[in-house]
Structures are given as structure tokens and as C-alpha cells.
Write a protein that binds this ligand. Structure first.
Ligand code: AMP
Ligand code: MG
Length: 416
């Protein structure tokens, strides 16, 4: 990549895959340091250490049901059988009653199994007769018991560095006795929207103006990753204003994301300003929408300059920025958010760019997901993306894809 010369020299026209590979290479040496945080705040964060289970889970053999603990050998499988109820043990009991052959102990779910017991008969299969019970025929020895370590064994690897914390994984950490998690620090992200035509949504529009929507779409995409951006600046199409903002953000942030001003129009200053203050890694990617996207660096920050067209902003974020934000945290599955679906209608295109089509996804009785492309695919048309569940990925060299063909789809972040 030249560091001076004509701006056109920076236009690399990478494929989406090549751009993503470049982004990954840029992120690996910038891996963010680890920190310890409370489990309550750890959802979605990326583990910075392996998690080894310190003790068996469950830690002791216990009952899976409410019922009666006994020795399976005492059951008479073909006949009813009487047992004397010798005691009771509830979940949380620290002392466990003893019992003899022919006796049983009343037990609740999660209570420790009395020594010698290997079976729990659920109370629905039992009739009570004074201090005795009559167990129905057909009960199975060994039933309804959760042996110590059946879930995880002491010393087992439960999670690896780079795993993202889901609600269930938070539960595993807590079960291991951890109140905190060692995770990668979140990237500090600065967000700029640029454009002389932009007005905040609470201000009336004059002719020629539009409300700034990208601030909210991009903010939402970041918050979906648990990242709260620094206060968002709205910048005019002014070279000096961009210079000042980028230089400042490059000093304090890990990532700078901008929207607008990255094409080749006369008010599109971002490519030149990034080249002047730092480096352009690539500019223009063979994708539709989103071709003008730029990736560079200024100061210590990676810079993603996204085109302002609202759908292009979202598509470039999902294709390149989301993977970068996860890769910086060391996530193993940083760009794995792709599923397969069948096309519900044929699609065609005439260009050699990867196209991201807005689509509704339906799960049909054949067990497959079906993707229906929505009308209104213009890159400035928010309706298509607002009504979509996913983006269909039409590969760059594909021209015609028939209905029924299997394609990749990228789910859109959002609320079901
Ligand atoms: P640009 O990438 O600056 O050439 O902008 C492309 C198109 O996106 C133009 O029609 C802009 O008005 C529109 N646009 C740019 N920024 C935003 C924004 N923050 N919110 C909504 N539309 C925008
Ligand atoms: Mg603009």
C-alpha cells in the first residue's frame, strides 16, 4: 500500500473474504489485555483463560426427583414391595440419615443420596401406608439418581480461551465456584457520523436535510456486542474537522468507526485524511452494498470508515467490523455467524461483487430454513433491512441462483 501518491492508488478492491482475512491479521497482534469482571456483567464477553472444573459437578450424588431413596436390589421388579420410611432428607441437608435393607428415606430433588442408596422411586409410583410405603411393580434399579461428576469431572476442561460467555456458560462458571470471569477487555470504540445533510432526530428538517439514522443503527450493532461507544460525534464534511476528530480518537480508542464521506465524491475526505494521519490498509471491497468501505489505522486505533448509505453501513459492519471487534477480544468464533438456508425465489445479478440481499427467514416443515429476498433492495432503503431477519450472501461470481439453492445467510442483530 503506498503511503503517498494519488488517492486512487489506495483502492484495492479486495474480495469480502480477502478483506476479512486482512482484518483478522490486523487484529491478532492487537489482542486486548485480560481483566476480571463480575459474572453479572460477563454475558457475551470472551474468555481470556481456560476454565478447569475444580470439583465434580454435581459435587455429590443426589436425587433427580422427589420420592424415596432405597437400594435397587430391594425392589421386586414384578411385584409391589413394602418399605419402612426410616427418615427424610431435603435439598441442602448437611446430615444424611442412614437406613437398613428393606427401608427407604423420603428425599427431595437435589438432596444428597443416603449412603447405600442407589435408586429413587418417584412419589407418583408409591402409596403411603402409615410409616410404610408400597412401591408399584416395574420400578428400575438405579433410576432418578444423578451421580457425582455426571455433568463434569474434577479437572476437566469446561471452556477454552476465546469462548464467548453465553447465559449457560455463566452458569457453569458459577457452578465451579467463580464469582468473576477472566475475559478480554472490551474494545474502546469511537463512532463518528459525517455529513452536512444530517440532523439529529429531535430537530426539524429543512429542505435537503435528513435525520441521522446511522448513529442509532451502529450504536445498536455495537451494544449488541456489549460495547458502549464513546460519545458519538456528528461531523461536518470538513477536512479539518475530520482530521481533529480522527487524531483524537486514534489516541484514546482501539477502534474508530465512521459513517459517510468515504466514496470518491468531492466532500468525501476520509480516505485522504486516514492516509495523511496514518495508513490505509484497504479501500473498496467487492461487495454490494458497501463497496466504498475503508480499513486503516490512525494512532493506536484501527479505523473502519463505512459508507453512509444506511444499508451499506449495516452490511459492512456485519461483514468486517463485527468480526474485528470479536477478533480483538480473541474470540474463537469471530466470524462464524453464518447459517445455511434455501432460496425461496431465484435471484440474479450482473456484477462480480458479493451481494448481501435483505431477506426474511422461515423455518418450514421440510426442516430447512428458507430465505425470501425482500423487495426494496436499494442501499439507502432502510425498510428492506428493517423488515429482514438476515442477509443472503450471493457469492461474487454467481450470476443466477435458482429457487431451492442453498446459500449462506448472515443473521441480522435484533430483537425477535
Ligand atoms: P456518503 O457515504 O457520505 O456518500 O452518504 C451516502 C448516503 O447515505 C447519502 O444519501 C447520505 O445522505 C446518507 N447518509 C450518510 N450518513 C447518514 C446517516 N448518519 N444517517 C442516514 N443517512 C446517512
Ligand atoms: Mg456524505
Amino acid at each position: 500500500m503506498p503511503s503517498s501518491g494519488s488517492l486512487a492508488d489506495f483502492a484495492t478492491h479486495l474480495s469480502v473474504d480477502a478483506a476479512r482475512a486482512r482484518v483478522r491479521d490486523l487484529c491478532v497482534p492487537r489482542a486486548l489485555p485480560a481483566e476480571s469482571i463480575d459474572l453479572e456483567r460477563a454475558l457475551g464477553r470472551v474468555l481470556a483463560s481456560d476454565v478447569i472444573v475444580p470439583h465434580d459437578l454435581p459435587p455429590f450424588s443426589n436425587s433427580a426427583m422427589d420420592g424415596y431413596a432405597l437400594q435397587g436390589a430391594d425392589l421386586a421388579s414384578e411385584r409391589e414391595r413394602r418399605f419402612r420410611v426410616a427418615g427424610c432428607v431435603l435439598a441442602g441437608a448437611v446430615q444424611v440419615p442412614r437406613f437398613e435393607t428393606g427401608e427407604c428415606i423420603r428425599i427431595t430433588t437435589g438432596a444428597p443420596l443416603p449412603p447405600g442408596a442407589d435408586t429413587v422411586v418417584i412419589k407418583e409410583h408409591v402409596r403411603i401406608d402409615g410409616d410404610e410405603i408400597i412401591v408399584e411393580a416395574g420400578q428400575r434399579s438405579g433410576a432418578n439418581v444423578r451421580p457425582a461428576g455426571e455433568d463434569y469431572r474434577a479437572g476437566e476442561l469446561a471452556m477454552r480461551v476465546g469462548d464467548r460467555l453465553t447465559p449457560a456458560r455463566l452458569g457453569v462458571l458459577a457452578s465451579c465456584g467463580h464469582a468473576t470471569a477472566r475475559v478480554a477487555r472490551l474494545p474502546r470504540v469511537a463512532l463518528f457520523v459525517t455529513g452536512d445533510e444530517l440532523v439529529p432526530p429531535d430537530r426539524p428538517l429543512r429542505f435537503g436535510q435528513i435525520h441521522d439514522s446511522n448513529r442509532y443503527s451502529l450504536g445498536g450493532l455495537l451494544r449488541d456486542l456489549g460495547i458502549e461507544p464513546e460519545p458519538i460525534a456528528q461531523l461536518r464534511d470538513d477536512r479539518d474537522a475530520l482530521r481533529v476528530a480522527l487524531r483524537e480518537a486514534g489516541e484514546c480508542c482501539d477502534v474508530v468507526i465512521s459513517s459517510g464521506g468515504v466514496s470518491a465524491g468531492e466532500a468525501d475526505f476520509l480516505p485522504a485524511v486516514v492516509a495523511e494521519l496514518g495508513r490505509v490498509h484497504f479501500w473498496k471491497v467487492r461487495m454490494k452494498p458497501g463497496m466504498p468501505v475503508l480499513c486503516g489505522e490512525v494512532g493506536g486505533a484501527l479505523v473502519f470508515a463505512l459508507p453512509g448509505n444506511p444499508v451499506a453501513t449495516i452490511a459492512t459492519f456485519l461483514a468486517l467490523v463485527r468480526p474485528a471487534l470479536l477478533a480483538l477480544q480473541g474470540a474463537n468464533a469471530f466470524d462464524a455467524r453464518v447459517s445455511k438456508a434455501r432460496l425461496a425465489a431465484a435471484v440474479s445479478k450482473k456484477h462480480d461483487r458479493t451481494e448481501f440481499l435483505r431477506a426474511r427467514i422461515q423455518s418450514r416443515d421440510d426442516g430447512a430454513l428458507w430465505a425470501t429476498p425482500l423487495p426494496g433492495q436499494g442501499s439507502g432503503m432502510l425498510r428492506g433491512v428493517a423488515e429482514a431477519d438476515a442477509l443472503i450472501v450471493v457469492p461474487e461470481h454467481a450470476r443466477e441462483l435458482a429457487a431451492g439453492e442453498v446459500v449462506d445467510v448472515v443473521p441480522l442483530a435484533g430483537i425477535d
